[in-house]
Design a protein around this ligand. Structure first.
Ligand code: ADP
Ligand code: MG
Ligand code: MG
Length: 897
């Protein structure tokens, strides 16, 4: 019964619920899952969900609740009391509840749950009497005091922990399990004193005050620093809000026939279709994931695979296990995806506490999606939609070279795949500051907690000595794609000394180690790595994506290694080969500098003649590797001063080489100084004023193409691209030069190389006058790095000082150098594409900036009708998948604008 129109509270439990899975936005993920499990007839302790709209209301109205809320909560609470046959605050038959947060998106560990709420000095007696277990009752009470003290009253953890430790020393105990009823009773008294001392108020004995205090704390935690950081890292809007779930307690800590556990309906690491989970006997709530005791496996197979000795649930609680297997099937049928579940066993009875779509490694995501198609559960397009393109990055990373000599220091669990090397740091703050200095670090912790998120993000890899595959470290690392080894229990960490030791190895802070999250190995030193080996599921899914997408995917590559990687990852050509990168190599920079130092064309030609064979060999190699695929080569782009020496020794060396004095060399360098080099003498402006440079490059391209065509008998079709074109006349001058060289090389070699000349579009003028420029260009490639700089008038190299503030203030929704600004820069692209194609139908259009590998930008590229995107070789698979998803989104009429 509600007192007004607005419904703020939804009940669940006992085979029915007011909510359902589809009401996730309103009920939060946890609330929707509890409602759905109730509807499916699964055993869910009864309770109710206070909606996310209440949270939004709370922040919009000076942290106050809507007026109808109290009455709606009272009604829902009575329904729970009736269902359980107990009363909230009743001294003889007390109802206890948990108060649990849960937003739309799962935010592991971000929000705090309070268990055993409703206990006070009187109800604890009732609990002791009804359970016949005084120890259990007082242990529950002290847990409640502790959690409530921390989460609601903001008292630091250590105040409580110290009391427990001191008490243990006093009575000569080591483990919590050695403490009896009187010990916990004494600690309860001590905890209440802590609360009084820290808050200057007694611990609330009124159960309703407890409940409303906890509800307010959940809403309050939505804005705590950890939650805000997590939302920022995962792009979760602050106005989504969290729901609050209030649910009757069930107890996994009432004895040996009780347990608590977590499970995945499929293996979250490999994706194998096997039940995978962990449990602890006689334990409550977070004990399994907190890494306090080492959890046991659910299945005999899981136990065998990890060579564990403690018995599996399948062995000790076969009836409960059988029921869990049924639940597994029901939930997978319902959600058509792998689920991550939480459950508790109270005196032999199974209770379900949570279900959600499980986080998984990229490898597991592929296997699960492809298997579900095979099982007839989902369609191919659905499988394509389910893979987050950026997550493929995890698979494309290098792995340990199997031929490398390694020293294994310790073994842990393969919690998140991939290998990483770095310097050991023992705190999240150190990890963050070392990473900001550009160092690679491995974050080593006994266990991690939500306070460590920023350090986990900054680290290349994570190592913990405690906790299982579902520990905080493991779950978060998998989500972030960081290699992680968890539970390497042989390692002894000493934070104070800054060391980590095992038998005969000692590693100090700053020493290099390697973690292999695919095998669980911890290795000494830095271990060489090799290209990843991609699985059959990867190939299958990419095949489906390729069949669907219309947007082509090329790579930005100039070295043979990059070109090979690009082909491996399925690139359909090279969209940008930056020739200047070739000049920076040690054997060429000298000739390049000599060329720049020459005052006369003659001198420049002499130096260029030295560069020609090297550049020709580079191109030939790339043409061989990319056989049959298009290769776009951009002629020299950066300002010349970038190649000039910086140190005294280099000045002297150059003076000798060029036969000039050091002073003259310095003067020449000074003369090349520009106030705004990005807008200065660079790009096609160099080619026009020093035509011999572009001429050498064109000769190298055509001679290389001719050589490879003779070798292979197959055509090589270079696409020659002019940078920083602003006017058609610039392009015409350079095109004439290229055409002339093509003719000359044909005369010398007798080979006619088919080629195209086109331009980058990276200046607003070029975009606006695209119609004119297209009359001379066979293709356009949008250089969105420069185009973003020039459309915004912001220097990319200088934007860091304000970009962060701009994002916080909402001036930039995203960093425009990472995600294409579709409104402004995108409009420029639209205009250029339209005008260009109107002047020259069939004009080939591509993009070759950083944005070419960004999934959101790829959706835009498809929408404006580009032919291809070009990105770094390691992002090619990401772009292939994103292009397929863009096709699916386009078919269903979504737009990016
Ligand atoms: P999180 O979002 O961090 O997973 P939860 O709300 O799921 O937090 O709760 C933390 C722990 O407490 C979980 O292990 C959960 O299973 C347990 N728990 C929550 N509510 C109850 C309850 N009513 N009875 C028993 N255990 C509970
Ligand atoms: Mg938690
Ligand atoms: Mg949970």
């Amino acid at each position: 019964m509600t007192t007004s129109g607005a419904k703020w509270v939804y009940s669940f439990g006992r085979g029915a619920a007011e909510g359902q899975a589809e009401m996730r936005n309103l009920l939060g993920g946890k609330g929707a899952g509890l409602a759905e499990m109730s509807n499916l007839g699964l055993p869910v302790p009864p309770g109710f969900t206070i909606t996310t709209e209440v949270c939004t209301h709370f922040y919009a109205h000076d942290k106050s609740h809507p007026p109808e809320l109290e009455a709606q909560v009272a009604d829902a609470l009575s329904a729970v009391e009736r269902a359980i046959g107990a009363k909230f605050g009743d001294p003889t038959k007390p109802l206890l509840v948990s108060v649990r947060s849960g937003g739309r998106a799962s935010m592991p560990g971000m929000m705090d749950t309070v268990l055993n709420l409703g206990l006070n000095d009187r109800t604890v007696e009732g609990l002791a009497h009804n359970s016949g277990d005084e120890r259990f009752a007082y242990d529950s009470y002290r847990r409640f005091l502790q959690m409530y003290g921390q989460v609601v009253l903001g008292i630091e953890h250590h105040h409580f922990e110290e009391l427990i430790e001191n008490h243990k020393i006093e009575i000569g105990a080591v483990l919590d399990t050695e403490l009896g009823a009187e010990d916990w009773q004494a600690l309860v008294a001590g905890f209440k004193e802590v609360v009084l001392a820290e808050t200057e108020k007694p611990f609330p004995q009124d159960v309703h005050e407890q409940l409303w205090g906890a509800i307010a704390a959940v809403f309050g935690s939505w804005m705590n620093a950890r939650a805000v950081t997590y939302r920022r890292l995962h792009n979760i809007p602050a106005d989504w809000g969290t729901a609050v779930n209030v649910q009757a307690m069930v107890f996994g800590n009432m004895g040996e026939d009780c347990a608590t556990g977590v499970a995945f309906t499929r293996n979250p690491s490999t994706g194998a279709n096997e039940f995978y989970g962990e449990y602890l006997v006689n334990a409550q709530g977070e004990d399994v994931v907190a890494g306090i005791r080492t959890p046991q496996h659910l299945t005999v197979a899981g136990k065998a695979a990890s060579r564990a000795t403690l018995p599996a649930m399948e062995e000790v609680m076969p009836a409960v296990f059988a029921e869990l297997l049924k639940v597994r099937r029901i939930l997978e049928d319902q959600y058509r995806d792998m689920q991550d579940i939480e459950f508790t066993v109270e005196r032999g009875k199974l209770w379900m506490l949570q279900t959600r779509t499980g986080k998984r490694t990229a490898q597991a995501a592929l296997k699960i999606a492809v298997s579900l198609v095979g099982e007839g559960v989902i369609e191919r397009n659905e499988a394509i939609r389910r893979i987050e393109p950026n997550s493929l990055d995890q698979l494309l990373h290098r792995m340990l070279d199997p031929a490398a000599k390694t020293t294994v220091m310790a073994h842990g669990l393969p919690a998140s795949p991939g290998a990483a090397s770095g310097k050991v740091v023992f705190s999240a703050d150190e990890a963050e500051s070392a990473a900001s200095r550009g160092e690679s670090v491995i974050l080593v912790r006994i266990e991690t907690s939500p306070e460590d998120i920023h350090g986990m993000h900054a680290a290349k890899g994570i190592l913990t000595t405690r906790g299982g595959m579902t520990s905080h470290a493991a779950v978060v690392a998998r989500g972030m794609g960081r290699p992680c080894v968890s539970g390497a229990g042989d390692l002894r960490i000493d934070y104070a000394a800054g060391t980590m030791a095992v038998r005969n190895h000692l590693v100090r802070v700053g020493d290099l180690i390697t973690v292999n999250g695919s095998t669980g190995e911890v290795l000494l030193g830095e271990v060489p790595t090799i290209e990843p080996q991609l699985s059959g599921d990867f190939a299958t899914l990419m095949g489906w994506a390729d069949a669907l997408r219309k947007l082509r995917v090329r790579a930005n590559a100039e070295t043979p290694a990059d070109a090979r990687a690009a082909r491996n990852f399925g690139a359909e050509g090279i969209g940008l080969s930056r020739t200047e990168h070739m000049f920076f190599e040690a054997d060429r920079i000298g000739a390049m500098r000599e060329m720049i130092m020459a005052d006369q064309e003659r001198g420049r030609r002499t130096a260029l003649a030295k560069l020609l064979p090297m550049q020709r060999a580079d191109f030939a190699e790339i043409f061989r590797i990319m056989r049959g695929l298009p290769v776009t080569i951009r002629l020299l782009d950066p300002p010349l001063h970038e190649f000039l020496p910086k140190t005294d020794a280099e000045f002297q060396e150059l003076a000798q080489l060029s036969g000039k004095s050091v002073l003259e060399v310095r003067q020449r360098t000074h003369a090349l100084y520009e106030a705004n080099p990005m807008l200065g003498h660079r790009g096609c402006r160099l080619g026009i004023t020093y035509p011999e440079i572009y001429e050498m490059q064109a000769v190298a391209i055509f001679e290389a193409a001719a050589t490879v065509m003779k070798e292979t008998g197959a055509a090589v079709e270079p696409e020659i691209m002019m940078p920083l074109i602003a006017t058609r006349r610039e392009l015409d001058i350079l095109k004439e030069l290229v055409d002339r060289v093509a003719g000359e090389v044909k005369g010398r070699t007798g080979v006619e190389v088919p080629y195209q000349v086109g331009t980058m579009i990276e200046l607003p003028r070029a975009a606006l006058l695209a119609g004119e420029i297209a009359q001379s260009a066979s293709f356009f490639s949008f250089g969105t790095n420069d185009l973003t700089q020039t459309v915004y008038g912001i220097s990319r190299d200088d934007s860091a000082s304000f970009s962060g503030a701009y994002q916080r203030l909402g001036v930039f929704e995203n960093d425009p150098f990472v995600t294409l600004d579709t409104a402004g820069v995108g409009e420029m692209i639209r205009i250029a594409a339209e005008r260009g194609r109107a002047a020259r139908p069939g004009l080939k259009l591509g993009i070759c900036g950083e944005h070419g590998g960004d999934p959101a930008s790829i959706h835009f590229c498809r929408e404006v009708g580009l032919d291809y995107v070009s990105c770094s070789p390691y992002r090619v698979p990401i772009a292939r998948l994103a292009a397929a998803q863009a096709e699916l989104a386009g078919e269903s009429g979504e737009t990016t604008a």
